[in-house]
Design a protein. Structure first.
Length: 310
């Protein structure tokens, strides 16, 4: 693992967030603008990123490893969900409970993971990275988004049909068809999808940074559940992922790629979802930022542990 590559990626993220902070301090982005951009990121730009990631050539050997890795990652997510709900179920503050559960389970696989595995393992790594990205999206847009609709009234009002037909889920299905049949979108359409998806990282970090502009660091932001969620996300859950992947038989580049994806810090969507629900984003920003900072050390540790035989 090239620590310099990881360091540069983290610095890039904070650099983009700094741009957002400056925009927020200058009052160039207001609350409604932030919410509108959040919706665009989640429902337009995200799906384009997913479709573009699935444009890979099909082969029987790849699909076999692909499916085994998919099973391993899915099992890993079920374990994470069960443990996180059990560990944080008694947290009284609804906002902290949502963030702690979501933050511990969902990593920043798209922004941190894909660039890292591309640098470390090349096109083959990116192909297997799609496994983690796809499973992440399925769980994120079903379980993850539901975490932020946890009150009795909101549960009763959830439209499961709208969740099933979420643009991100549809994008995954389109991507699977493209991959299985080795199809490519028409050139012009493909370029549009690629360009739209490419603005995901800078725009999401700028929106998050703008939200951070008016946040004051206080003890409430760094309360014990936030730290516990960080430890789960950065260290404990990635170790569980290593065990699960080895037990189901994932090996080679697919194994190391999936381990790196599982070791990525808290997903940036934790802030975007919080903004959508008009909740206080300060703890979410603190959790995401600290998790990303500590990942400079924790990802290499997890990668080193993955080489131990058991």
């Amino acid at each position: 693992m090239d620590l310099g590559q990881l360091t540069n990626q983290i610095l890039l993220m904070f650099g983009l967030m700094l741009v957002g902070v400056i925009i927020g301090k200058a009052k160039l982005m207001h609350a409604q603008t932030s919410r509108d951009l959040t919706n665009i990121l989640i429902y337009v730009i995200g799906p384009c990123l997913i479709i573009n990631a699935f444009e890979q050539d099909f082969s029987s050997s790849r699909i076999k490893i692909f499916m085994i890795a998919t099973v391993g990652v899915a099992i890993f997510y079920f374990i994470e969900i069960i443990l996180s709900h059990f560990l944080f179920s008694r947290v009284k503050n609804e906002n902290i409970r949502h963030m702690s559960i979501y933050g511990s389970i969902y990593s920043n696989a798209g922004f941190m993971g894909i660039p890292l595995i591309s640098a470390l393992f090349g096109p083959t790594g990116v192909f297997y990275g799609v496994v983690s990205l796809a499973v992440w999206n399925v769980f994120n847009w079903t379980h993850g988004i539901r975490l932020f609709h946890e009150t009795k009234e909101e549960k009763e009002g959830i439209n499961w049909k709208s969740i099933a037909f979420n643009p991100n889920i549809i994008a995954i299905l389109i991507g699977l068809v493209l991959f299985i049949f080795s199809l490519r979108l028409p050139y012009t359409v493909n370029e549009v999808v690629k360009y739209v998806g490419s603005i995901n990282t800078p725009l999401s970090m700028i929106v998050i940074g703008a939200s951070f502009a008016n946040i004051k660091i206080d003890k409430q932001m760094l309360e014990k559940n936030i730290w516990f969620s960080l430890i789960l996300r950065n260290l404990i859950y990635p170790v569980i992922a290593i065990v699960v992947l080895k037990l189901v038989g994932v090996t080679g580049v697919a194994f190391y790629t999936t381990v790196v994806m599982s070791a990525c810090p808290v997903a940036g969507l934790i802030v975007l979802f919080t903004l959508q629900k008009k909740q206080n984003p300060a703890p979410a920003i603190a959790l995401m930022s600290l998790s990303t900072l500590f990942s400079l050390v924790t990802i290499p540790i997890i990668f080193a542990l993955s080489n131990f035989k058991f």
